[in-house]
Ligand binder design. Structure first.
Ligand code: F0G
Length: 438
């Protein structure tokens, strides 16, 4: 199938969430003059039909093969020459009886966004953010990151010829992610501070140094990110689950999913909306606190702390958008302690699915919400797993070598064996006998 020419970007405007101001999408800006966060407004001159979107699943064209650009009219109508796609998306939906039994929910699905090109859900927003950078003629890009955004940005920037600067909290990002930023050639600035310090600095420096900011404060990032929702309903034959469950850090992803669902609904591509559950780490829970206290703003936490370093964030940039998402999707919040995250992760990993710690908050959240009677056993629940199991190998190895203070008693410790065939045979025999229950 041939590609239809995308409409010009002139159809897009940026709108402030706090006041009525709107701006041209061609202006490089990340906030409203009032300080509010911005979102992209689409004119949607010719949205595709379900049938057209399903036909694109059979196409071999690069843009059709991307789980982001397949939805291009709704995502970002850019000229094809600017689009930087690897391609991303097309992530699997997993299920496992042990996970359903653990959470007490019959139909529990996991959309594994860790199976994107750089191993996290960030690639969906990076392809749109970096394409916009190219459309705007930008040469260098920057972000603050707990690791996944920087890994993704570094890879996309190098593949498409831009210079990249990553601002990361020193000593507080997982090894797989640090390795990716270094390997892909980003200039890596380890800030002596936390993510919230790095975020504040990069926002101010991008404006002063003429570097294009690729954090999710950049509204074009969320346009790509929202394709998780679009791809998910397409995966389900245009059916909508009862619940979507996501981890919450900077709160861009929850906000993007909400935007995607609202737009699908407005365009008549879906006829109802799911409920949303956002799960935070107990030590990095500013949204949970705000909701429980009935606040209308997310007050920053002075210091966030959790072993799930991806979501160790005290001052989430998309707080206002996430509060709106919760209101409009009859949303709920829940939190997960580090011990609960480790246990849920061990189970998800052992089922052969695997994910980094932040992703595993979702399983903790579903189990708790089920126990509280918020989610019922018959509802269809989809958790978004945000990062690959190899992103944070230290947590896995420490856990299974019994080195983790919060770890379980019976991890999968490696067995030490001599290089002797008969000894190994005896061992294998005894292990197989154990397995058959003999
Ligand atoms: N899960 C993972 C694996 C993440 O890397 C992040 C955020 C989140 C969940 C939370 O998503 O911020 O949209 O609420 N990582 C960012 C980063 C902050 O820099 O990679 P969010």
């Amino acid at each position: 199938m041939s590609l239809s020419a995308p409409p010009p970007v002139g159809d897009l405007r940026l709108a402030c969430l706090s006041c009525e101001a709107t701006y041209s999408a061609w202006e490089v800006r990340y906030r409203c003059d009032c300080g509010g966060v911005l979102e992209v407004l689409h004119a949607h001159p010719s949205p595709p039909t379900r049938q057209q979107l399903d036909e694109r699943l059979r196409s071999r064209a690069t843009l059709d093969r991307s789980g982001v650009w397949r939805f291009r009219e709704m995502v970002l109508p850019l000229a094809e020459e600017h689009i930087a796609s690897r391609p991303e998306g097309n992530t699997p939906l997993y299920r496992h009886p042990d996970l359903s039994a653990h959470a007490g929910v019959h139909e529990l699905l996991f959309k594994h966004e860790g199976e994107n090109p750089t191993g996290s859900f960030k690639d969906r927003g990076m392809t749109t953010g970096l394409s916009m950078a190219r459309a705007l003629g930008q040469r260098s890009v920057a972000c603050a990151s707990t690791g996944n955004t920087s890994a993704s940005m570094a890879a996309y920037a190098s593949l498409f010829g831009l210079r990249s600067f990553v601002f990361i909290p020193e000593g507080a990002i997982a090894f797989g992610k640090l390795a990716q930023a270094l390997a892909y050639g980003a200039t890596t600035l380890q800030i002596r501070g936390d993510f919230d310090d790095a975020m504040r600095l990069v926002e101010s420096l991008c404006a002063r140094a003429g570097v294009y900011l690729l954090n999710s404060l950049n509204p074009f990032r969320l346009e790509g990110q929202k394709s998780i929702a679009m791809e998910l309903v397409q995966d389900l034959g245009w059916d909508v689950p009862d619940w979507l469950v996501v981890p919450g850090g900077n709160l861009g992803n929850a906000s993007a999913l909400h935007k995607g669902l609202r737009e699908l609904h407005d365009l008549g591509l879906i006829h109802r909306l799911p409920r949303l559950a956002i799960i935070q780490a107990a030590g990095a829970n500013p949204l949970v606190r705000a909701v429980r206290a009935g606040e209308t703003v997310v007050a920053p936490l002075p210091r966030a702390q959790t072993l799930a370093t991806a979501i160790r964030i005290g001052a989430p940039v998309s707080g206002p958008k996430a509060l709106r998402a919760l209101r409009e999707l009859r949303g709920v919040v829940e939190e997960a302690t580090d011990k609960e995250i480790l246990e849920a992760k061990a189970l998800l990993d052992r089922c052969g699915i695997g994910a980094e710690p932040a992703s595993c908050t979702t399983l903790v959240g579903v189990k708790k919400l089920r126990a509280r009677g918020v989610i019922s056993a018959e509802e269809r629940v989809v958790c978004v797993l945000t990062g690959h199991v190899l992103k944070d190998p230290e947590v896995v190895v420490d856990y299974h070598l019994g080195r983790h203070a919060l770890g379980a008693d019976a991890p999968n410790t490696p067995l030490q064996v001599d290089a002797d065939e008969n000894a190994l045979l005896r061992l294998l025999d005894s292990l197989q006998t154990d397995l058959s229950g003999g």
